[in-house]
Ligand binder design. Structure first.
Ligand code: GRG
Length: 327
């Protein structure tokens, strides 16, 4: 990562963090507001709000015009994590117990609902003429994320899915929020239709690369570094890129070994090591890395219609952070 870009990332994150402190009111009942504060108090990577702010500038505007939308997207993203952790029975998030582990599922459901509403109330603070199109954009995207999550859950009950189905699911579940960040930033920065569409495509490709990377980190990552459970996709019978690719590319003998290794529960560290070795033997780890590289190249190409300026260079720099991420 070059120094200038690293500095810009730090600036964006600091801008967001400063405004994040007092978002949740100190109101009664604490059973609602404490878990909401807990979920927001441990910052994640803040990729989506950073992208949103960079896209506002890339479209010719200023970051301050887009700040409330940047906060909103991070709050709404945090909400999706709280509900996703319930659905996936995950115990760790951002290195700490998930909200439903720290309290219980009912508390986590309600805290998530509160965060979604908080996100929308931040959008209502934008410049009045921007509110209707932004609400429309967010609402469409959020419904599509729900569709992606529904597909993700449905696929858990299926023995196998095609790579086409996998890409459709991650496009909705993960890519859509990244695309929304970029489109909303572009719109708030005053970008024209071509710029909004180009940045939306850039975001979708960043999201695809990000999810593929996430699938790899689920098996190869270090629990302390990624701050969440390792091997959870296999444990939950999730159709990650790796399992989907491996099932399609394995020889009959490899498939038999893969089925035997993935059938038993829990997925012990020894079994996880054997599954990773088999993914490697089948070529699925390499295929995932190649797909990440293709997606990042597609994201870079999507920037072509944009004027050559510093913000566009930052968006190209952002791709390097995704390519090299370890958490
Ligand atoms: C109504 C928007 C809405 C959603 C409800 C729960 C749900 C339906 C969708 C879940 C979508 C989801 C959690 C997708 C996974 C995306 C993903 C890999 C998130 C991890 O993002 P990071 O690594 O997290 O950027 P940090 O902690 O860094 O913020």
């Amino acid at each position: 990562m070059n120094d200038r870009f690293s500095e810009r990332m730090t600036t964006c994150k600091a801008l967001i963090k400063d405004r994040f402190q007092d978002l949740v009111p100190q109101s009664d009942p604490p059973g609602l507001y404490e878990p909401m504060r807990y979920a927001l108090s441990q910052p994640g990577k803040q990729l989506r709000p950073t992208l949103l702010l960079l896209c506002a500038e890339a479209a010719g505007g200023r970051m301050d015009q887009a700040m409330d939308a940047a906060l909103a997207i991070e709050v709404i993203h945090t909400f999706t994590l709280v509900h996703d952790d319930i659905m996936d029975h995950d115990e760790l998030r951002r290195g700490r117990p998930t909200v439903h582990r720290r309290w219980d599922e009912n508390v986590a459901l309600l805290a998530g609902d509160g965060l979604l509403v908080l996100g929308y109330s931040l959008l209502a603070r934008l410049e009045p003429r921007r509110v209707p199109p932004i609400l429309q954009l967010f609402s469409q995207a959020i419904l599509e994320i729900c569709e992606g999550q529904a597909l993700d859950k449905e696929f858990e009950t299926r023995a196998e899915i095609s790579l086409e189905e996998y890409y459709r699911m991650i496009h909705k579940k993960t890519g859509r929020l990244f695309a929304l960040a970029c489109e909303a930033g572009a719109l708030l920065g005053g970008g024209d239709d071509v710029t909004v569409a180009a940045l939306g495509q850039y975001g979708a490709m960043v999201g695809r690369a990000f999810q593929l990377q996430d699938d790899l980190l689920d098996v190869l990552g270090d629990e302390k570094t990624i701050g969440k459970d390792v091997g959870s996709d296999l444990e939950e019978n999730k159709k990650s890129f790796l399992i989907t690719h491996a099932r399609g590319a394995a020889s009959p003998e490899q498939l038999e070994r893969l089925n035997a290794l993935t059938a038993a529960r829990p997925i012990t560290p020894q079994r996880l090591t054997a599954i990773i070795a088999l993914f490697d033997e089948i070529g699925s780890l390499l295929a995932a890395r190649e797909e990440i590289a293709h997606s990042l190249t597609a994201a870079q190409s999507a920037l072509t219609p944009l004027a050559e300026n510093a913000a566009r260079r930052d968006l190209a720099g952002f791709l390097e952070t995704i390519a090299g991420r370890t958490f």
